[in-house]
Design a binder for this molecule. Sequence first.
Ligand code: F6P
Length: 397
Amino acid sequence: MVKPSRTRCIGILTSGGDCPGLNAAIRAITRAALNEYGMKVVGILDGFRGLVENRTVQLEDASVSGILTRGGTILGTSRDKPHKMPMGGKVMDMTATAVQNARRLEIDCLVCLGGGGTQKNAFRLSQAGLNVVTLPKTIDNDVPETDFSFGFDTAMGIATEAVDRLHTTATSHHRIIVCEIMGHRAGWLTLGAGLAGGADVILIPELPYDLDAVSRFLLERRRSGKRFSIVAVAEGARSGAEAEAAGREQRKGRKKGGKARRPEEDVFGDETREGQPLVVRKVRDELQAYHVVQEPMASRIARQLQERTGTEVRVTSLGHVLRGGVPSAFDRMLCTLLGTRAVELMAQGAANVMVAYRGEGCRPVPLEKVAGNRKEVPPDHPLVRSARLVGTCLGDR
Ligand code: F6P
């Protein structure tokens, strides 16, 4: 017998960068909604774009069978935002269309699975009158108010294995290997994998580095008889000078009045990387916004370290490998917990909350506490202290 529910029909979309665990979450939400509460479940394709363009599928038990362990997302994803969406050659505010389409589909509550950008976009939709519930997803683990976002544990496992493997080859060749790990604004992934993999140097965006200090550390290691080193670098790591310049830009923006543009924001908003313009290209008659293809920033660091230490240096950039493949056991568990809790909350009529993982349970957090905020690594975080205590160089002293 199905239980009574205040929510009869839900929509689900996945938005932003994909990661392992999205399918596990879609499965958990769909199964609990259908079987426990008899809700109707509408899958929205390709994130917010699918909502605006009315591209949906009805989700049944069979639709989610066998997807628990599958990477990616069966619904597809995009980085589109309803309020700034490239449409037929123009960038338009499609918020009202998104809300109307959800109403036409009789969706009582829209479940949005995504990272920081998605939380913000979902919050905007809630302000426009749509009921939303979100789940925290990102390998960066930078969504606030939750201990973990799903995808992070899997990516940390992949990155740690890479650091392990780099150790053996670096040792054989007596080289320094610089390994770039995703995370353009937060260093959780690099710090976690660097610590677990025993990287000798860990560079993260929150602790601006001094290359002289890093070189001194590497030379000292060599002098002490250790003829190889592993440097784990977050995609968004920056030198002291770069961090100061970014701070100056931000202050300048604020002085000019109005809302200071955050350095990572540009024409299309919040999901782009610091200082990087967007390339807008015509693709199948539709404007799409892309990140500029970047040379791994680790290459620059590697070149400078080779010059300063006179040691052979190699670079490995893990990139999207971190986002592919099978989710870890922890992520499968987390997705199932978060997804089923979201359904229980919607059945009770909750809306405009993110379901957060805290301690050993899940609890709703008002979306306004999450939207627009980011969980960064505090300089005195226990992981930072532990890294220092085991002799890891964090590049900042
Ligand atoms: O936000 C998750 C993330 O994987 C970041 O770590 C990375 O900088 C970014 O997405 C890459 O995005 P894209 O898939 O658009 O290249």
